[in-house]
Design a protein around this ligand. Sequence first.
Ligand code: PLP
Ligand SMILES: N[C@@H](CCOP(=O)(O)O)C(=O)O
Length: 474
Amino acid sequence: MRYISTRGQAPALNFEEVLLAGLASDGGLYVPETLPRFTLEEIASWSGLPYHELAFRVMRPFVTGSIPDADFKKILEETYAVGLDGVFAHGAVAPLQQLDSNEWVLELFHGPTLAFKDFALQLLGRLLDYVLAKRSQRVVIMGATSGDTGSAAIEGCRRCENVDIFILHPHQRVSEVQRRQMTSTLGDNIHNIAIEGNFDDCQEMVKASFANQSFLKGTPLVAVNSINWARIMAQIVYYFHAALQLGAPHRSIAFSVPTGNFGDIFAGYLARNMGLPINQLIVATNRNDILHRFMSGNRYEKDTLHPSLSPSMDIMVSSNFERLLFDLHGRNGVAVAALMDTFKATGKLSVEDERWTEARKLFDSLAVDDEQTCQTIVDVFKACAQVLDPHTAIGVRAARECRRSLDVPMVILGTAHPVKFPEAVEKAGIGKALGLPLHLADLLQRPERCTVLANDLKVVQSFVSQHGNRGKPL
Ligand SMILES: Cc1ncc(COP(=O)(O)O)c(C=O)c1O
Ligand SMILES: N[C@@H](CCOP(=O)(O)O)C(=O)O
């Protein structure tokens, strides 16, 4: 499998190279040159497979040529192991919970850091270990987080021999549980940086660091954000897993996805293009609604970023939207590069009507404010005694308002466990019932380590180069 850049100017890479690449050298994002497509019979034959075996079948074409089958199988078996000695605390790995008639939440929060990010980052850590050991190479990771990617990346990579990891989060804009999950994982190769800015500032610094890596003095830079193709690849699997349990591929399924960086929903879009009969994808945003404004009115325009009760989705510039633009423009990298240049210069873009209409055949969208989020948490709790986290609640609200057919099962991606967001759950009036799971029971008492830095690229890059070799200078 070869991977090409959405801006068409960077060299094509194989899987191993793309895993280590982050952003492409032309500023674009890597995508598969051709997407594998499975027949309905093939997909049907996967019904009832354990998660790791399904993962092998879905992802195998993406790693072919870089990782031998036997090694990949072993990595996946370890990644999606269940139980007390395993990684995921639910036998089904990603169980479905029914909320209402033909309406389901796909619980993606039974991993070690209680959010969907574990599905990809547990795999990414193991893949990096495998590839870096083979190459005898050390790397520096830089990641930006609005709260969940950070802890999942640290948890996924902390045992990696050849990695120093730097996670940038917006100072005082993540929940206390999210912050402590990151800052209480101590190790001389783990570095938490609180930036005096917002998530977009953090993400911009990471992207700028890929563009000019001289501060790393030759040590390669690797991404843990969803700009890294491996993140998206791993997230495709649970769309197949959920759909197969609900009767696919012999019937269509709809998904509602709480969205920020457009990575998770882009994985659903790819699952559909790989043959899974998905008839609707709902983009569910909080009041930071650039993606909703695009889907509802063809306006992708920067605005002020507002803190919300769903902080992980307090994102304005959605990295993976560029991957969708690439497909909408017939995979023409020159056209995408021109659009992204316009966006950089003006903070705005829109596409030709027929391209937007094409997107709207599959995607619907809704922006949900804090009050509606709390109301949805209350509604669901009263109806079926389930406590939703605020991000999942946004997905439920959007599913209920945008659903095209009551006959098609609707799956809402349950992206995080509610204990991560006590503020929202308490605002909804049902906070007292929630306790941290056993492995995090003493989280609020654990010592923390974190450095607060100015919103300044040079300051951050200098910190990384001073600490990038197990805490020592590069
Ligand atoms: C809990 C939660 N829900 C939803 C999202 C949105 O996912 P994406 O950025 O892939 O759109 C995120 C992070 O981005 C998250 O942490
Ligand atoms: N919501 C994310 C933001 C980063 O998104 P990513 O998918 O690009 O890693 C977070 O919780 O950090």
